[in-house]
Design a protein around this ligand. Structure first.
Ligand SMILES: NC(=O)c1ccc[n+]([C@@H]2O[C@H](COP(=O)([O-])OP(=O)(O)OC[C@H]3O[C@@H](n4cnc5c(N)ncnc54)[C@H](OP(=O)(O)O)[C@@H]3O)[C@@H](O)[C@H]2O)c1
Length: 357
């Protein structure tokens, strides 16, 4: 067991004790954070979490705050975000959470958040890119009536079944890419200068999905038309190879792939050209989030930058088809946000376990 794995295991065992201890420390710390010296401000870890008004993001905020981190809970909607902060402060009695508006699709909103963090804290220690969109208008009642079991949902066996109730539109795909990939990149780029000033060692956690996994997509990225058209087969393999070639992976290549997807979607060529047909744009967006994580980790070796599938969590993004709680789902992202200095970087995790991309 490596140092960081031992760190996490013992941390999980002692979680309850830690929470009590952290809470006690928190209440004591609060006054010093507010009136504290520069040194104290430097010691206090600060985290930004995107899309944290509900679901897994809200739970990540709660768990990180219980670990003594000062959390900037962000949401695109002021009312929903402020309500979430109120619920943490009020019913959960967690004082070290502040709200700031953030729409990851809006450049000026991203700039305003960066300015807020700079003036309030002068640095950032943890960034959790959690905000996400499915990009699929859904017939929710129709989906429920299909009664798809989790195994079929996760393995992709339900792909044909869901075609009538989940529609991949062009606009949906644009929203999905602009939120899940470009949003993550926009926020990261704006906050990188502040993460570079972290005194405890910066951590970036990109919330991905099992839909991203290249090994799962091995079959998806082999077009059905391959048996009859070797040129198309070549293209499917090409996509997978391109993303697996970590040393030569670049943002330009990643974005080229997204443009190719949109072109194929417009021309009705998704299936023929080997794109995944289960939640097409969502799956591709998360695959490129993983690729971007690897590029970032290579560019910023002093930080620990990882991506994580939180598990199949019951939330709005999957129309509440998930099977685990947000409390369980937040564990992986929180573990990666709190990695000790010898922790991994440029890796993909399935919940709390390191996995293949
Ligand atoms: N649930 C699962 O089983 C599962 C599995 C794999 C990965 N994930 C990933 O986990 C992350 C959290 O999702 P969730 O399951 O907690 O779903 P969720 O409850 O639907 O939460 C999604 C969050 O993202 C926010 N968001 C969407 N677009 C945004 C934008 N432009 N700017 C800022 N925030 C935006 C939403 O805000 P609004 O309330 O304003 O819409 C909401 O707070 C996502 O990245 C998702 O892809 C979830």
């Amino acid at each position: 067991m490596s140092g960081w794995e031992f760190f996490y295991k013992s941390k999980e065992i002692n979680l309850r004790l830690w929470c009590i201890a952290d809470l006690r420390r928190l209440f004591c710390d609060r006054a010093s954070v507010m009136v504290g010296s520069n040194e104290q401000r430097e010691m206090q870890r600060v985290a930004v979490i995107t899309g944290a008004n509900k679901g897994i993001g809200l739970e990540i905020a709660r768990q990180l705050a219980l670990h003594g981190v000062t959390v900037v809970l962000t949401a695109r909607d002021e009312k929903r975000g402020a309500g979430a902060v109120e619920s943490l402060r009020g019913s959960h009695q967690i004082p070290n959470v502040v709200f700031h508006q953030l729409d990851v699709r809006d450049e000026s909103s991203v700039g305003a958040l960066a300015e807020f963090v700079r003036t309030q804290f002068g640095k950032l220690d943890i960034l959790v890119n959690n905000a996400g969109a499915s990009g699929m208008p859904a017939d929710v009642e129709g989906l429920k009536s299909l009664g798809i079991d989790p195994e079929s949902w996760l393995s992709g066996k339900a792909t044909n079944l869901v075609q009538g109730v989940l529609r991949q539109t062009y606009d949906g795909a644009v929203t999905c890419f602009d939120t899940n990939y470009y949003g993550c990149k926009r926020v990261t780029e704006a906050l990188l200068p502040l993460l570079e000033l972290s005194t405890s060692g910066a951590r970036i956690v990109n919330v991905s999905s099992l839909r991203s996994e290249l090994r799962v997509k091995a079959s998806f990225l082999t077009p059905l038309a391959a048996q009859t058209d070797s040129a198309l087969h070549g293209r499917g393999c090409h996509i997978r190879e391109e993303l697996s070639d970590i040393d030569n992976l670049t943002e330009e290549k990643i974005e080229g792939l997204l443009r190719r997807f949109l072109e194929d979607l417009k021309e009705g060529r998704l299936e023929a050209n080997g794109w995944p047909m289960m939640l097409p744009s969502y799956s591709v967006s998360k695959t490129v989030v993983n690729a971007y994580t690897r590029v970032l980790a290579r560019m910023h070796p002093s930080m620990l930058i990882n991506c994580v599938h939180p598990g199949y969590v019951k939330t709005d993004i999957n129309w509440n088809t998930g099977v685990i709680t947000t409390e369980e789902g937040a564990k992986g992202p929180v573990m990666l946000a709190l990695l000790p200095a010898d922790g991994p970087t440029g890796c993909y995790f399935d919940q709390t376990t390191k996995a293949e991309f």
